[in-house]
Design a protein around this ligand. Structure first.
Ligand SMILES: *[C@@H]1O[C@H](CO)[C@@H](O)[C@H](O)[C@H]1NC(C)=O
Ligand SMILES: *[C@@H]1O[C@H](CO)[C@@H](O)[C@H](O)[C@H]1NC(C)=O
Ligand SMILES: *[C@@H]1O[C@H](CO)[C@@H](O)[C@H](O)[C@H]1NC(C)=O
Length: 197
């Protein structure tokens, strides 16, 4: 018959081993948390900022629910981050009125460095575009009143780059509501935009 001493020694050794494993796992969790925190603090991602610097409309005419117009504007994209650069792999810009898209076009893909301001000169054309009856009526009315509220929308597929690491694709949406003053030069001034990422 075996004496009880070695048995309890074995149990003690086993519980010591389990405690060691628990401590190692805990330490690993804390370490991973710290690394994530440090990367976050170093990279500190900040929100992107968009606005329309200025813009104007040329060749506006509306008759029989058909619209002709050329929209010119400068879209200003600001990346305030110190460590994060952005790949704009595709970008679509459109102008809508009363929720109906009246003109749209693509923008050349580009790479935006950290702390960079990129000005995109956009020209969108509506030619003999058929508007729905109510939209056409609204536009005619606002046009006569001298102020037309447009919506500029941007949809882009972007990736972030930090050092050599690149994120997955994400969809960036931008909305701006410029007001065109027909009474003066058919232009619109600086307009801040909202971002949805
Ligand atoms: C925006 O303003 C600049 C400087 O005043 C001007 O040269 C440019 O033509 C304007 N762009 C539009 C689209 O109105
Ligand atoms: C729009 O432009 C087209 C081609 O230049 C022209 O045939 C049409 O009559 C114009 N429509 C309006 C509403 O001015
Ligand atoms: C931002 O990047 C573009 C393209 O690389 C460059 O043309 C422009 O000068 C840069 N602007 C600033 C403010 O760094």
């Amino acid at each position: 018959m075996a004496p009880p001493a070695p048995q309890s020694q074995l149990a003690a050794r086993r519980s010591k081993l389990l405690r060691l494993i628990a401590i190692i796992i805990l330490a690993l969790i804390v370490l991973v948390g710290l690394v994530v925190l440090i990367i976050w603090l170093v990279v500190k991602p900040k929100g992107l900022a968009y606005d329309i610097e200025n813009g104007s409309i040329h060749g506006f005419s509306l008759s029989d629910n058909h619209l002709n117009a050329t929209f010119d504007f400068v879209l200003r994209a600001y990346n305030p981050n110190r460590k994060v650069a952005i790949y704009y792999d595709s970008m679509q810009v459109s102008v809508a009125y009363d929720d109906q898209t009246v003109a749209s076009n693509g923008v050349q893909p580009f790479f935006q460095r950290h702390r960079n301001v990129t000005r995109l000169e956009v020209q969108l054309v509506a030619q003999s575009l058929l508007l729905s009856g109510p939209v056409s009526k609204d536009l005619q009315r606002e046009r006569s009143s001298g102020k037309v509220e447009l919506e500029v929308r941007v949809k882009a597929r972007i990736r972030f780059k930090v050092g050599t690491w690149k994120s997955k694709h994400r969809t960036l949406r931008v909305f701006c509501l410029p007001v065109v003053h027909f009474s003066s030069h058919k232009d619109f001034g600086r307009t801040k935009c909202e971002i949805d990422l």
